[in-house]
Design a protein around this ligand. Structure first.
Ligand code: GDP
Length: 192
């Protein structure tokens, strides 16, 4: 898969809006400001992506982008944003429950910050994947901010905190491991 044409399709605020056309749906999740938009754009250049992604944490929507007519990126709004109201938080949790319970999620990419121990919200997100037995790749972004000596211990801390072994070290800034991320996207995009 050589992703040439990626475009925004639609935004779902409730289960009636979920796309159900049988194409694979690859979820991208991460807390606000972790660099999720940068990671997605480094892997697949989506036109007008920033515009549809909107204000961090403000809306509980699943945003769908079609990759070469083959698979969707289902971009989830950044979580862990302090200014979000309780009612919005509950709406978000309900939407996640419906989306992950729908059987529509093919695989996921959970973006975390390579510098830090994953947050409680990151753990909650990781649990959505593991409890629904959805394959998930943890993308440890901002690797360029780490000293070489920090890479191993930080990777171990991410693995142990999230209880997920499949970790891809990444930098949206330098493009480090872009090829590997594209390969993982392609791998899941061809799944039935
Ligand atoms: P989002 O809210 O998760 O979509 O995050 P953005 O993609 O908007 O990125 C948040 C900030 O982190 C921006 O200032 C980016 O330039 C920066 N950023 C994203 N990825 C990286 C990275 O790999 N390395 C560094 N140093 N900065 C990054």
């Amino acid at each position: 898969m050589n992703i040439q044409n990626s475009k925004f399709i639609t935004s779902a605020a409730s289960p009636s809006g979920f796309i159900r056309d049988g194409l694979p749906q690859l979820v991208f999740a991460g807390r606000s400001n972790v660099g999720k938009s940068s990671v997605i754009n480094k892997a697949v250049n989506i036109k007008r992506f920033a515009k549809v992604s909107g204000t961090p944490g403000k809306t509980a929507h699943v945003n769908y982008f079609l990759l070469d007519g083959q698979a969707y990126i289902a971009d989830l709004p950044g979580y862990g944003y302090a200014k979000v109201s309780d009612s919005e938080r509950r709406r978000w949790a309900a939407l996640m429950e419906e989306y992950f319970g729908s059987g529509l999620v093919t695989a996921g990419f959970l973006i975390v910050d390579a510098r830090h121990k994953p947050t409680a919200d990151d753990v909650t997100m990781a649990d959505w994947f593991t409890q629904t037995e959805t394959p998930v790749v943890v993308v440890a972004n901002k690797l360029d901010k780490l000293k070489n000596s920090e890479i191993e211990p930080n990777t171990a801390r991410i693995r142990d905190t999230l209880n997920i072994d499949d970790i891809l070290l990444f930098s949206a800034e330098t493009g480090y491991n872009r090829d590997k991320l594209v390969n993982r996207i392609a791998e899941f995009s061809t799944k039935p």
